[in-house]
Write a protein that binds this ligand. Structure first.
Ligand code: FAD
Length: 351
């Protein structure tokens, strides 16, 4: 626990979570340096859903965290746009969860019959018997969020050292971290290396996700459609983002024929009307996943190391609450919510 002002905090990893924490710390008056080596962040690859109910979260600490963060998003988006001068396309679009396969009722939402579902989703498969309308869910253009975060934290006076690789502690007490630019000292460090956080001995692994985007007119799809093994997320310019595979194959790069075929087959089964839409882009990314699929947030294995990692498929959703909790922990106000997200729940000593 540290007193906020006069402290220098070094953030290891400048992806979505690291930059969100950097923003919050700058606003708390803390001196901040962000070290980032330039790997493509999951925050760039993501679909941008802010949709805990569609994700099936219900009951328990992770759901509490997720719904709390969803509630923070509208004000967080406004603030980020103000500080950066950049739009991020936060859209309270709602989500539709078609009742297919083993779909179970989400934690909230209203049942819509097949006619209402069909009127909301052009080209929806006629055999869909109905589904749930989740009006509180939202989406954002996560690539714009990353750009806005970089601009905002720099405008607020944080330093971002791009192209710098962190290799581990520089000394047993972690007075400094070893990096490709030499040792970097700070009063405390925040580990936010995403899927690469396992290098610190923590149980965080990469889970690859392949994605693609289809062309459509702006407004063609008005809401997230969250199917059994496929989701469709609208962008304001009309693009429809489809995702995502879940592959445990380390950091193997690339879009594969099998990955693309599975996404397209699932999308066209759910919404056959997409068949005539052009493919605009395909990409992939690596989610940071812990053994229980919940994040590691708060004090870490060194007294001056704080964790903000393991956000799995919910890092966009969880960015505002993570930034808030880490900042509170660092500035002396540890939230009881944090105990459920301690790295200690997995046992062992990463050091
Ligand atoms: C395909 C896909 C779809 C997703 N969709 C959604 C979604 O719709 N909604 C949602 O909430 N979440 C979604 N997610 C999850 C979300 O993107 C992640 O949980 C989140 O981006 C994790 O943020 P992060 O900052 O921890 O990691 P990242 O964004 O991956 O950033 C990690 C950063 O650390 C840096 N780094 C790594 N190692 C080092 C090192 N040794 N030295 C210096 N820098 C280093 C990297 O360069 C990178 O910039 C999705 C993820 C994927 C892959």
């Amino acid at each position: 626990m540290l007193s906020g002002c006069g402290m220098k905090i070094c953030i290891l990893g400048g992806g979505l979570i690291g930059l969100a924490v950097a923003l919050e710390l700058r606003l708390a008056g803390v001196e901040v340096v962000v070290l980032d080596r330039g790997s493509v962040p999951a925050g760039w690859a993501a679909a941008g859903m802010i949709a805990p109910a569609a994700e099936g979260l219900a009951g328990g600490p992770l759901a509490d965290l997720a719904f709390a963060s969803r509630a923070l998003w509208p004000a967080w988006a406004v603030r980020l746009e103000e500080f950066s001068g950049q739009g991020i396309d936060y859209t309270p679009c709602g989500a539709l969860v078609p009742a297919v396969g083993d779909a179970i009722a989400p934690a909230e939402g209203q049942w819509w019959d097949s006619a209402r579902m069909a009127s909301a989703v052009p080209g929806l498969a006629p055999e869909i018997a109905g589904g749930w309308w989740l009006e509180k869910e939202a989406c954002v253009d996560n690539r714009k969020v990353l750009t806005a975060l970089r601009l905002a934290v720099e405008r607020l006076g944080a330093e971002i050292w791009a192209g710098v690789t962190v290799t581990g502690p520089a000394d047993p007490g972690l007075a400094a971290v070893a990096t490709s630019a030499g040792p970097v000292a700070a009063d405390a460090f925040v580990l936010a290396q995403g899927a690469w956080s396992g290098a610190w001995g923590l149980p965080v692994q990469p889970l690859k996700g392949q994605m693609l985007a289809l062309e459509s007119e702006p407004g063609w799809l008005g809401a997230i459609v969250f199917g059994e093994d496929i989701y469709l997320v609208p962008r304001r310019d009309g693009r429809i983002v489809l995702g995502a595979t879940q592959e445990t194959i380390g950091f193997t790069p690339g879009n594969t024929a099998g990955g693309m075929a599975s996404l397209l087959a699932a999308a066209l089964t759910l919404v056959p009307g997409l068949a005539s839409h052009c493919i605009l882009e395909q990409w992939w990314g690596f989610r940071p996943v812990s053994p229980d699929a919940a994040p590691l947030i708060g004090p870490g294995p060194w007294p001056n190391l704080y964790l903000a990692t393991g956000h799995h498929r919910n890092g966009v959703l969880l960015a505002p609450v993570t930034a808030q909790l880490v900042t509170r922990a660092l500035t002396g106000d540890e939230d009881p919510l944090l105990s459920a997200f301690s790295y200690r729940r997995f046992g062992g000593d990463p050091r």
